[in-house]
Design a protein around this ligand. Structure first.
Ligand SMILES: Cc1ncc(COP(=O)(O)O)c(C=O)c1O
Length: 421
């Protein structure tokens, strides 16, 4: 099949992106031949080395293969989903389909088959209604799964990624596993600080991961003013925004992700509806979402429609807002009891509070002696000062005073410890 689609670009990156767009839009179908390197170089007015570098990238990403005289062709299965029609009909109309490799639906206790897999239209429509963002939408298996896939879609080992400090421990572990280099961005109650982001940008980050609301562990959430100040700084980055508090959050959402060159905004169902659902809505630019879906097709396939139906049912029958209000009042009770003891802790939103302590090990052990297990801050910190994370989700009225008393003792002990007692 000769190429009709017009390729464009003047660098290896933009030429490769133009091929990828052709695949995404189904203008370049599996098996299509790309022009010879020299031909395309002459057409585009670039050096053959530039086109060769673009083809090399596409080969490394599994989008094309090159076989001697056969030239460079689009592979039969690419890690990019075709957004126009995710489901390809393989058997031509009018033929008995004996090509599918799939079991007989009549013999299956569960509805659905390989060709019907994907995000249910009802889920897509409901997700669009629930999120104030434009872009492409898909479904992944939780927030961490979404982050994993988006990072893999765009970055390579050694790339630098701005992360909140302190920040979500699992996210730091994920970066380590992908060989990515975390660059700390300090946070306050209103999100990542502008000065912190600027210095991360100076250090050459290609991506930033931020939490919209209920930052873990500090409970911060991005305010309208902070979002406005951050957005212009994000235009050259891949931005991943995690809105895990979702419907539980008692504060408005001020998204920043869609200011990025590439972006993903991820809203997990874990916190409001249950971690065992393993579902998160992922909104993003077309390139990012098609890479995520395309790669997923070659592995998990899609998020099971069994789960999707359950998600739809919960969306329409369960309101998480009252639970959110109960978490708010538990958090407020602990913060007030701490304030009465002269202790300022962070925790504007969500189910965690962050208490600065001089010595984490001592603080954790004092609290353990008092009957409370809390998380030591080193799990969450890169260069920020020590603290402990206390999850207030299950705190009862009778817990509040003994807990505040124990935290007061924990911070004091640490201070005395630092002073050499
Ligand atoms: C910051 C943050 N994001 C997301 C999640 C939820 O992750 P998942 O959707 O993978 O269950 C958590 C859970 O603790 C979290 O702390």
């Amino acid at each position: 099949v000769a190429v009709q689609y017009r390729l464009s670009g003047d660098t290896a990156t933009t030429i490769a992106a133009s091929v990828e767009q052709g695949v995404r839009e189904q203008a370049l179908l599996p098996g299509s031949a790309l022009p010879a390197v020299r031909t395309l170089a002459a057409d585009l007015g670039v050096s053959p080395a530039t086109v060769a570098a673009a083809y090399q990238r596409l080969r490394q990403r599994g989008i094309v293969s090159t076989a001697g005289r056969n030239g460079t062709r689009i592979r039969s299965a690419t890690p990019i989903s075709a957004l126009r029609s995710a489901r390809q009909i393989i058997a031509p109309e009018g033929l008995r389909d004996l090509a599918s490799g799939a079991p007989d639906p009549a013999e299956l206790p569960l509805p659905g088959n390989y060709r019907d897999g994907g995000v249910l239209p009802g889920v897509l429509a409901a997700a669009r209604k629930r999120l104030p963002l434009k872009g492409s939408f898909t479904l992944v298996s939780g927030a961490l799964d979404g982050m994993d896939r988006v990072l893999l879609a765009h970055l390579r080992p050694g790339d630098r990624v701005g992360v909140e400090d302190p920040g979500w421990a699992a996210c730091l572990d994920l970066l380590a596993m992908q060989g990515l280099v975390p660059v700390p961005v300090p946070v306050d109650d209103d999100g990542p600080t502008v000065a912190g982001l600027k210095s991360a940008l100076d250090s050459g980050i290609s991506a930033l991961i931020v939490t919209a609301r209920a930052q873990n562990p500090t409970g911060g959430s991005i305010s309208a003013a902070r979002a406005k100040a951050l957005r212009p700084l994000l235009t050259g980055l891949l931005v991943i925004e995690d809105d895990h508090a979702a419907e539980l959050a008692g504060v408005p959402l001020h998204p920043v992700a869609d200011a990025g060159a590439h972006w993903a905004f991820i809203r997990s169902a874990s916190k409001p509806f249950g971690p065992d659902l393993r579902c998160a809505v992922l909104a993003g630019d077309a390139e990012t979402v098609s890479r995520v879906e395309g790669r997923m097709r070659l592995g998990a396939g899609w998020v099971s429609t069994v789960l999707q139906r359950e998600l739809l049912r919960l969306w329409s029958t369960f309101d998480p807002a009252p639970a959110g209000r109960r978490y708010d009042s538990r958090r407020a009770a602990v913060l007030t009891a701490l304030a009465r003891r002269g202790i300022t802790a962070l925790g504007k939103t969500g189910i965690n509070i962050w208490v600065p302590v001089p010595d984490e090990t001592k603080a954790v052990s004092v609290l353990r002696d008092a009957g409370f297990a809390v998380a030591p801050g080193h799990l969450f910190r890169l260069t920020s000062p020590p603290g402990i994370r206390v999850t207030i989700a299950t705190v009862t009225e009778t817990d509040v005073e003994p807990l505040a008393e124990a935290i007061a003792a924990a911070t004091e002990t640490g201070l005395r410890g630092m002073l050499g007692r």
